[in-house]
Design a protein around this ligand. Structure first.
Ligand SMILES: Nc1nc2c(ncn2[C@@H]2O[C@H](COP(=O)(O)OP(=O)(O)OP(=O)(O)O)[C@@H](O)[C@H]2O)c(=O)[nH]1
Ligand SMILES: [Mg+2]
Length: 452
């Protein structure tokens, strides 16, 4: 997509549907002129409003009045896009808002592409690419931690971080260029030696900066599966943890046939709980599919809770599940409100290594240790790190190119190494957008909504 920065774009900035107010936003050299074709200020003064002053008036289609409204002009460069921006605040009815947009388009504006306002802010140098991205992340944040990551990025967190590495890399590139240009003064071994040291340091720094675990937690949440044989109280625990009546609970074994999902928040992170069909040998074709899904949920989860019914002695299915349990998670003995037939010691006889908790789905307070256990998985260091998936991808590629450069140094081909370093630099600059091509920008901004 190649677009002109010289035309004036318009879009509805507020969410679709009916609201208290709706906002039309325009940006570009003709924003003020177009506004004045559709907006009539109240009172005698019909001049273009002063910059950054909200003015009351009417939206008109020729002589016809469409709505009462407020309008504001923000002259460049003191605006979101650094261009002249005009906004109209109307009553938020669907008809009125669409009509207002149509009037602006008829008066000379072009409908904005997704993310085009923010793209202009980027192209005009008001924000770098990762800051532009953070706008969309702010809008789509579903939880506190996602929001926090967006704020960090909006304040230039990722960029300042990456620029530091990029500067170091420029240093190495300069050193290598000197080796290539002045072979008489710097021997290959000597040049390669100091370069290798610099590369190692840089790779180490970049690898330390990547926090894949935090990234997964922030953008996807923690996946937890509740597993166990039928009737132990998996669905009851799901409902109790969520505080809502999500899954069907009955005293009939085999009640849950399909996986049931629910989401809760711990430490500001999203935790997705998956209740599963009770696992046991069965000939019922529907149950068998359910059991297969349970096993899939367990494989895909970050952690699993193996639920046992404490009011019943361990049976063969329980023991088999215990023996085969692998990966992260814990054993949860449920129904402690009833007389108990299982102790933690029984569990540890079979699996010494597993954390074991006792709870009752009927007693919220008894669930606290379980919540605390899960909260242990959603701790991330507050250290500034790179967590945004696109940024992680760019750093991973940069590291790969740096490793290639190391290898080519071993074979004393400095010009090949120079190409690798350049490729690494290019990958890093994708994060800040310092040398972003159209394709990359299209990819980033296509995820935006129109009007932002
Ligand atoms: N007393 C007591 N009963 C419980 C507790 N948890 C669950 N139950 C009961 O145990 C029975 C089975 O509960 P469910 O939550 O449906 O069990 P499930 O593990 O999901 O069972 P399936 O879906 O068949 O695999 C129901 O009658 C629940 O009311 C508990 O902590 N204490
Ligand atoms: Mg169930």
């Amino acid at each position: 997509m190649t677009m002109s920065l010289h035309d004036t774009i318009a879009a509805i900035a507020t969410a679709p549907g009916t609201g208290g107010i709706g906002i039309i936003r325009m940006s570009g050299p003709d924003a003020a002129a177009i506004l004045m074709r559709v907006f009539r200020p109240a009172g005698k003064n019909q001049d273009i409003p002063e910059s950054h002053r909200l003015v009351y008036g009417k939206l008109t289609d020729g002589e016809q009045i469409i709505d009462e409204c407020m309008a504001v002009i923000m002259k460049a460069p003191r605006s979101y896009t650094r261009e002249d921006v005009a906004e109209i605040q109307l009553h938020g009815g669907r008809y009125v808002i669409n009509k207002a947009l149509e009037l602006c388009l008829k008066a000379g504006a072009r409908l904005a592409e997704a993310g085009e306002f923010t793209r202009r802010a980027f192209l005009n140098g008001r924000v770098d690419l990762s800051q532009a991205e953070s706008v969309m992340e702010m809008i789509s944040a579903r939880g506190e931690q996602e929001h926090r990551a967006a704020v960090r990025q909006m304040n230039g967190g990722a960029s300042s971080f990456v620029r530091k590495f990029s500067d170091e890399l420029y240093g190495l590139q300069a050193g290598l260029a000197a080796c290539i240009d002045y072979p008489e003064e710097i021997s290959d071994e000597e040049g390669a030696g100091s370069l290798r040291e610099g590369l190692e340091k840089l790779i180490e720094g970049l690898e330390k900066a990547m926090d894949e675990h935090a990234s997964r937690l922030i953008y996807q949440g923690l996946q937890v599966a509740l597993i166990g044989r039928p009737n132990v109280g998996k669905s009851s625990l799901l409902n109790a943890l969520l505080g809502e009546d999500r899954a069907i609970v009955t005293n009939i074994p085999g009640t849950t046939r399909d996986t049931v999902h629910g989401e809760m928040t711990l430490n500001g992170f999203r935790v997705q709980l998956t209740d599963t069909a009770g696992i046991h040998e069965t000939n019922d074709p529907v149950e068998r599919i359910g059991v297969a899904r349970s096993e899939k949920a367990r494989r895909e989860a970050d952690a699993s809770l193996l639920i046992l019914d404490g009011s019943q002695p361990l049976d063969a299915d329980d023991v088999e599940l215990l023996r085969n349990f692998n990966g992260e998670g814990a054993v949860v003995i449920n129904k402690t409100d009833l007389p108990q037939k299982i102790t933690e010691a029984d569990i540890h006889d079979i699996r010494k290594d597993m954390t074991c908790m006792t709870v009752s789905a009927l007693d919220q307070e008894s669930l606290q240790p379980l919540r605390d256990f899960l909260a242990g998985y959603v701790q991330v260091s507050d250290q500034q790190a790179v967590t945004q998936p696109r940024h992680l991808d760019a750093i991973r590629r940069a590291v790969r190119h740096l490793r290639d450069a190391e290898k080519t140094l071993d074979s004393f081909t400095p010009d090949v190494a120079a190409t690798d370093l350049q490729a690494a630099q290019a990958a890093l600059s994708e994060i800040t957008g310092d040398s972003a091509d159209e394709k990359l920008l299209d990819k980033v901004f296509s995820q935006f909504c129109v009007g932002k």
